[in-house]
Design a protein around this ligand. Structure first.
Ligand code: SF4
Length: 197
């Protein structure tokens, strides 16, 4: 039997999300349509600071390092859910096990924002409501006229004119970015004269 205080903490586990957003930074033009659509379907207004997806542009970066798409990874072992002291952050079984915030339980401590291992944090601070929010794959987007969630449609995927975002059902490789940053270019992309590699 392990001595009290010396037992190793077991990794936090949660049921797998039934959907994951993957992106192709080589296709993204940085138009921010996805950010505006995300804010619109969740908040009813186009406010970039309320978008759950963040397009990070580096004007000094060379293609394709000039743009990064920061999207919640619906982590297999979600540090945000593990860290939340009020259980506002939870695995939403009714929405395909997406990692979701119940705003009524969030006390605004921001622990989850620090707990997200990715930069920028995929947890977003709602500056008007004083709570944390995050991507729910549009499963709980009150202004989205489509069915959202892992079995439905996501506003960012639907609006992107470059088709740079895609929903997949299988959990991507968790280590590093290779599982989430994929090649979504097809022969049509090549016909336009753009590289497909
Ligand atoms: S809508 Fe598509 S092209 Fe525009 S910023 Fe978002 S991912 Fe990039």
């Amino acid at each position: 039997m392990a001595e009290v205080g010396t037992a190793e903490k077991r990794p936090f586990t949660a049921p797998l999300s039934e959907g994951y957003l993957v992106v192709d930074r080589k296709k993204c033009s940085g138009c921010m349509s996805c950010m505006l659509a995300c804010s619109l379907v969740h908040e009813g207004k186009t406010d970039l600071s309320l978008s759950r997806i963040q397009i990070v542009q580096n004007p000094w970066g060379c293609f394709p390092e000039d743009i990064a798409l920061a999207i919640c990874r619906q982590c297999v072992n979600p540090k945000c859910v593990e860290a939340c002291p009020t259980e506002a952050l939870h695995v939403d079984a009714a929405n395909g096990n997406t990692r979701t915030v119940d705003g009524s339980l969030c006390d605004g401590c921001q622990v989850c924002i620090d707990a997200c291992p990715y930069k920028p944090s995929r947890m977003i601070w709602h500056h008007e409501k004083g709570v944390a929010v995050k991507c729910d794959l549009c499963g709980r987007a009150p202004h989205w006229i489509e069915k959202g969630g892992p079995k439905g449609k996501q506003a960012c995927v639907e609006i992107c004119p470059m088709r740079a975002i895609k929903l997949v059902k299988e959990a991507p490789e968790q280590e590093g970015d290779a599982g989430y940053e994929v090649n979504l270019r097809n022969e049509h992309w090549g016909w336009l004269g753009f590289p497909t590699d």
